[in-house]
Design a protein around this ligand. Structure first.
Ligand code: PAF
Length: 278
């Protein structure tokens, strides 16, 4: 695996990198990321994985400093998967004049200020800014993102469309533990006991979907029931909403294009999940 750390390495390997499929990550890789790599391998002859813990997507009160950094394990996993390139940029490459003086992308409010954006107002601007730069540096022909971060996927898709960026996006389905818990780097913050409880997040999404598919379209009923049941288990729900798959508009009556989104705190760990019901 060739490691690219700076502009010089990039100029040397650029041509091959441009034909690759990119999997952008913040490291601390798990099976969910490896599923993205597997899809990337199907879509292109060469795969590049980037690892960069992006400070722009954390607020000062969030876990940037504690975010798990496990580079040597990550490298081993990527080598085992026969990934061709690892992009491991220094902050300087993204922010030559410092973070405060970086050019950034402003994501429109209908995507940036709903769901996760309500409690993390900086988040999607930070993601879009860094992904834009990744696309500019690496010019991959394909990029793969995970469906677990569905809102992030839509933000990136809209950015690619509006800026006419020359990259084809794919989303890779959510990888879950046997009990249904969606894989996430933040799961490692959970004790064994909380990890067992955390699968309830997926369970209540499934129950709501099942009810609605069977013809009970009273989403508010499922929402209320789920929130109170989860809260009885100590899982504090931040949002439980049904929104349009394409533009995240809140749905009231017609759920045919719907997706249910859930964010909750279990202990001090915030987890997200979603389920397509259309
Ligand atoms: O999903 C992530 O890991 C990050 O948000 C991303 C896309 C790598 C941007 O920093």
């Amino acid at each position: 695996m060739i490691v690219i750390e700076n502009q010089r390495d990039l100029s040397k390997h650029g041509n091959k990198v441009h034909h690759s499929a990119l999997v952008a990550t913040m490291g601390n890789l798990h099976e969910g990321h490896l599923a993205l790599v597997d899809l990337a391998k199907k879509k292109a002859d060469q795969v590049i994985v980037s690892i960069f813990v992006n400070p722009l997507q954390f607020s000062p009160r969030e876990d940037f400093a504690e975010y798990p950094r496990t580079l040597s394990e990550d490298i081993k996993l990527l080598e085992d998967r026969k990934v061709d390139f690892l992009f491991l940029p220094q902050e300087k490459m993204f922010f030559p004049q410092g973070k405060e003086n970086a050019f950034t992308i402003k994501v429109p409010s209908y995507l940036a200020d709903v769901l996760c954006g309500k409690t993390r107002p900086h988040f999607f601007h930070g993601v879009a800014s860094i992904v834009f730069k990744l696309f500019q540096f690496l010019k991959p022909k394909i990029a793969i993102f995970g469906e677990k971060d569905y809102q992030q996927f839509l933000v990136i898709k809209e950015m690619v469309d509006q800026f006419a960026l020359d990259v084809k996006l794919y989303k890779s389905k959510i990888i879950r533990e046997k009990n249904g818990l969606a894989l996430s780097s933040r799961n490692r913050y959970l004790t064994k006991e909380l990890r067992e409880k955390a699968h309830l997040i997926h369970r209540y999404l499934l129950l709501a979907k099942k009810g609605m598919v069977e013809g009970n379209f009273d989403f508010n009923f499922f929402k209320k029931e789920s929130i109170s049941s989860l809260e009885r288990e100590g899982i504090m729900v931040e949002y439980f909403e049904i929104r349009d798959n394409g533009n995240l508009a809140l749905l009231e009556n017609d759920f045919t294009k719907g997706r249910i989104f859930l964010a909750a705190k279990i202990g001090s760990t915030r987890l997200i999940d979603n389920l397509n019901i259309s």
